[in-house]
Design a protein around this ligand. Structure first.
Ligand SMILES: [Fe+2]
Ligand SMILES: [Fe+2]
Length: 208
């Protein structure tokens, strides 16, 4: 006579899932930070790593407030998102495109978290777990802010740089990516004379 499980059971399950997801992120974020070329993007990943460590502590407080043992349960969803992120990092993209892709991967993770914490807050409220709801809402707000910060970075020049082909890489690495240009039959003037340089530092800063 197996007991039918309740919303409370589902809630605890989701909490364990979230706890595991955050643990996965604590491992993944440093790798994403290392793969980033933009200083701002790297900083964003590093600072969200710090927040994520804090979120683990907050989740531990949530478990405590419910008299539950702190426990994680493998989060397949986050594992999948991070697996995709890993293939991006191994994808051989140019620096600017890699940054744009890292933002895309990061935002997938943030949206997954936002969905999870949105549900957790709603469930905590409906079951009268006031303290848990307050803590979870704090985490939810951090996830939203992290997502917005990534959007702002994308829109403040990273996407544009990716679209324009990033040749303004200030690391002077000799190993230029192999660009097998099938030398145009037309007047191929001496090397790279007149490339339309659209980078010029004028990124769209729509700060308002
Ligand atoms: Fe998180
Ligand atoms: Fe997050």
């Amino acid at each position: 006579m197996a007991d039918t499980k309740t919303l409370h059971d589902a809630f605890i399950d989701e909490l364990r899932d979230a706890y595991d997801a955050e643990k996965q992120l604590v491992k993944a974020l440093p790798k994403m930070a290392r793969a980033a070329s933009s200083d701002e993007l790297r900083d964003a990943f590093v600072s969200h790593l710090e927040e994520t460590r804090g979120q683990l502590e907050r989740l531990e407080q949530v478990f405590a407030s419910l008299d539950e043992k702190v426990r994680g349960k493998h989060c397949d969803g986050m594992a999948g998102i991070l697996e995709e992120g890993k293939s991006i990092m191994e994808g051989g993209f140019d620096d600017a495109t890699m940054d744009a892709c890292l933002i895309a991967a990061g935002q997938r993770a943030e949206h997954y978290e936002m969905a999870a914490y949105g549900t957790l807050v709603a469930w905590a409220n409906v079951m009268g777990h006031t303290e848990a709801a307050r803590l979870l809402e704090g985490i939810l707000n951090q996830e939203k802010a992290a997502d917005e910060a990534l959007s702002a970075l994308a829109e403040s020049g990273i996407n544009e740089a990716a679209a324009g082909g990033d040749d303004e890489d200030d690391e002077d690495d000799d190993e230029e990516p192999p660009t097998p240009k099938p030398a145009k039959p037309s007047a191929t003037k001496s090397a790279r004379g007149s490339k339309t340089t659209q980078s010029g530092g004028s990124s769209q800063k729509s700060k308002k």
